[in-house]
Design a protein around this ligand. Structure first.
Ligand code: SF4
Length: 359
């Protein structure tokens, strides 16, 4: 059976036509007054896991037509674009995928991006390749990593990630990141009611006193292939309440405006946790994130349906001013607030796959 790639079928035209040069004073704001601060760059659509909430095997099977190499933005193209984003206010770049550590020579890209002044350079990974790559990534200029870990016991881990890797490989990756100086490591657990929520307390207990920051993510209707249902969402307030019963917690202020996770710390000083509540407590009003897909399309929301093709401009020989103006035009037109308007109908609508634009 021919599998149809779940990518952006109907890409918007190249990019908004920009008539006047972009000499606008003050910060670049979207239609809801949000500034552009965070750029997430997907460097591959491939992954060595098949997480059921992101890349279910029945859709992303062995014959799934992943992007050919020439379709991916080159490191030079990514760095050129990133520099233009930094000129427009981006202060944090997160490298994502698929699984970014599968992209060949990734430390070379990190080194190129590390040359951008005043930018925090982070990366999200499933962790199993960190023991081999962490020291090189650190030496190349990476600041921090976030590692996904959805369970501590192998049977549940396999149910969530459908990958033939034991939990121990991810825990080794987290330790390698810490040892390489890529901490504090943030550890993300996607909670799916009825599949892995029984492990919440054990995860919390495991990471207490570790210095790592454990975050619990509500199961989201990202993409069009994870079979999302509202009754499989465990609201963050229940997660906090369950942990608080065992290990009393208190809320703490965000590190900066627009931080995705709500922060809580253990009253006994054992560290902090976070919850990311896109379904039950939307945070669109302070969303400062833009996503660049593996093949150079801009997405203004994780739940977008269409993107803007920056690669076409790049490969058509556009100069920096044209690219700069086009990026600004995309952001200025932005009014996304998907999590505020989510319904059963929107949840069922075709949306871009998270594995293609990064979380
Ligand atoms: S749903 Fe879209 S607009 Fe809202 S926080 Fe997420 S990415 Fe931002």
């Amino acid at each position: 059976m021919r599998v149809i790639p779940i990518r952006d079928a109907a890409t918007s035209p190249l990019l908004p036509e920009v008539t006047a040069p972009l000499a606008v004073d003050g910060p670049l704001l979207d239609r809801r007054g949000r500034s552009l601060r965070d750029l997430r760059i997907s460097v591959t659509d491939r992954c060595n896991f098949r997480c059921i909430y992101c890349m279910p095997r029945e859709v992303f099977g062995h014959d799934y037509p992943f992007l050919p190499r020439e379709a991916l933005l080159s490191f030079e193209e990514i760095t050129r674009v990133a520099r233009l984003f930094v000129a427009q206010g981006v202060r944090k770049i997160r490298i994502t995928g698929g699984e970014p550590l599968l992209r060949k020579d990734l430390p070379r890209l990190i080194e190129m991006l590390a040359g951008l002044d005043g930018v925090e350079l982070t990366l999200t990974t499933n962790g199993v390749l960190l023991p081999r790559l962490a020291p090189g990534l650190k030496a190349a200029g990476l600041h921090r990593v976030t590692v996904s870990l959805d369970a501590l016991d192998d049977p549940t881990f396999r149910r969530m990630n459908d990958a033939d890797f034991p939990v121990a490989r991810v825990l080794d990756g987290i330790a390698a990141a810490r040892d390489a100086g890529l901490g504090p490591v943030k550890v993300n657990m996607v909670v799916k009611r009825g599949t892995n929520d029984q492990g919440i307390e054990a995860m919390a207990n495991h990471f207490r006193h570790s210095g790592h920051i454990l975050r619990f993510i509500e199961f989201m209707d990202v993409g069009s292939s994870n079979g999302w249902k509202m009754d499989e969402v465990l609201p963050s307030r229940e997660v906090v309440a369950r942990i608080d019963r065992l290990f009393p917690l208190e809320p703490i202020d965000p590190n900066y405006e627009g931080e995705v996770a709500e922060r809580w710390r253990y009253r006994d000083g054992a560290g902090e946790i976070g919850v990311i509540s896109s379904v039950t407590h939307a945070f669109c009003s302070t969303c400062t994130r833009l996503r660049l897909s593996t093949e150079g399309k801009l997405y203004t929301c994780l739940f977008a349906q269409n993107g803007h093709d920056l690669r076409a401009l790049l490969r058509a020989g556009a100069d920096d001013e044209r690219l700069h103006a086009a990026i600004a035009a995309v952001w200025r037109q932005r009014e996304d607030r998907y999590s505020e308007i989510r319904t059963a109908a929107t949840a069922a609508a075709r949306k871009i796959e998270m594995s293609y634009i990064g979380g």
